[in-house]
Ligand binder design. Structure first.
Ligand SMILES: NC(=O)c1ccc[n+]([C@@H]2O[C@H](COP(=O)([O-])OP(=O)(O)OC[C@H]3O[C@@H](n4cnc5c(N)ncnc54)[C@H](O)[C@@H]3O)[C@@H](O)[C@H]2O)c1
Length: 397
């Protein structure tokens, strides 16, 4: 089986490759377990015993779940929406990742339940609540890591569709084709008000708060409950389409929601954070115009400086150096956890700006890490994973 890629979307996934990639992350998290536990103990903070991860099957959500389970020994419930395979058509990578996670957790005797359902639906909230009650689980953490193009709002029945568009004026930049390395100019017209509102409905904080409130009302939050949602800021090159665009409005809403939730969680000993994570290659991020070229330039510079991290590195550091730091969780003045601290270093951004501005199809492999970008993209779909024999035709189910 070979990858079928169209417009930076991979249409298939390799089962054995996904399994191997998850196992590799599990092994890396286990290797850090003693270290991160020691940190938590030193800081006098108790380890999370039960963690709910929304968007648990790929990218940052999968890394969060693996860190919680294999780094800290937490019981996890993971929610995601993935396509299961048939005997003719492979499932989505997340479907295979979930299966691999469940197998690895069961092997270690860790409690893990994976729910394949629409996280925006009230029925899914109810399902998680019932499961937690049946199992006697009270959540210490809720990780909100959904990246979705649509949301069916339960209270209105409206299907909101998010868009990746600039605001106010058109945006143009270079898109990078992950398959061929071709660079092409894209121009995107600005969003109208309706599209902006819809994007905030899908990717803002409304659904996150609904989850936390539902669990609280069901008496399922522990005393030192912490909830985290992930966001991104990034540099000026991507700002027109990202932070200054429709998705940026949604992320602002997410951050506002964290502040509001903190106010009502505080009396119960709980807290809410937005963590601004580093740019990485995931199914969600590869399709954002300009971001691919920026990420390839960023990887080159961060690797040269020994600062490169993938999703799992970010999560291991987020737990060890932020959540379980001595004293208060370190944040910026806005109360956000900054895991993009290394990405945004002046020395990194100055060098990335030069590479980003000078990249051409001819010098792409030399001045950017196009190969590394492509490798991560393939791995996210179970291809090009170390140790996997791709000559053997895999069983899809
Ligand atoms: N990728 C990056 O560079 C980057 C950087 C910083 C922050 N983030 C943020 O991290 C979060 C996760 O993004 P990612 O890049 O890891 O994405 P991803 O595409 O790898 O993962 C998205 C997850 O959401 C799940 N999902 C989507 N719709 C769902 C639904 N209706 N019900 C249940 N599950 C659903 C998917 O199954 C998957 O588990 C996002 O908030 C994103 O903005 C990403």
């Amino acid at each position: 089986m070979t990858p079928m890629i169209r417009g930076n979307i991979c249409l298939n996934a390799h089962p054995a490759g996904c399994e191997a990639a998850v196992q590799a992350w599990v092994a890396r998290a286990e290797a850090k377990a003693a270290n991160i536990k020691a940190n938590a103990e030193k800081a006098g903070k108790s380890l999370p015993k039960a963690v709910l991860v929304l968007g648990a099957s790929t990218g940052y959500g999968l890394a969060s779940r693996i860190t919680a389970a294999f780094g800290y020994g937490a019981a996890t419930i993971g929610v995601s929406m993935e396509r299961q395979p048939s005997d003719k058509k492979p499932g989505t990578p997340g479907w295979y990742n979930n299966r691999a996670f469940d197998r690895a957790a069961s092997k270690k005797g860790l409690f893990a339940r994976t729910i394949d359902a629409d996280a925006f639906a009230n029925e899914t909230r109810q399902k998680v609540i019932e499961l937690a009650k049946e199992e006697g689980i009270v959540f210490d953490q809720l990780i909100y890591s959904l990246a979705s193009p649509v949301r069916l709002e339960p209270s209105t029945g409206i299907m909101h569709r998010s868009v990746l568009k600039p605001l106010g004026s058109p945006f143009s930049g270079l898109s990078l084709d992950v398959l061929s390395g071709a660079l092409s100019k894209v121009s995107i017209e600005p969003a109208n008000e309706e599209e902006t509102k819809a994007t905030v409905k899908v990717m803002g904080g409304e659904d996150w708060e609904l989850w936390v409130k539902s669990l609280k009302n069901a008496g399922l939050l522990s005393k030192n409950f912490v909830t985290l949602a992930y966001s991104y800021i990034g540099p000026s090159h991507t700002s027109g389409i990202y932070r200054g665009g429709t998705i940026g409005k949604a992320k602002e809403h997410l951050e506002k929601t964290a502040k509001e939730m903190n106010a009502w969680l505080k009396p119960y000993g709980g807290s809410a954070f937005v963590s601004i994570n580093k740019a990485v290659v995931t199914r969600a991020s590869s399709v954002i115009p300009v971001v691919a070229l920026y990420v390839a330039s960023l990887f080159k510079v961060m690797k040269e400086k020994g600062l490169h991290e993938d999703c799992l590195d970010q999560l291991l550091r987020l737990y060890a150096d932020r959540l379980f730091a001595d004293g208060k969780v370190p944040t910026d003045p806005e109360g956000r956890i900054r895991m993009d601290d290394w990405e945004m270093l002046d020395e990194v951004q100055a060098e990335v700006a030069i590479r980003f501005a000078n990249a051409t199809e001819a010098n792409l492999r030399e001045i950017t890490d196009f190969d590394g970008f492509k490798q991560d993209f393939l791995e996210a779909h179970g291809f090009a994973v170390k140790g996997v024999n791709y000559d053997i035709e895999p069983s899809l189910i």
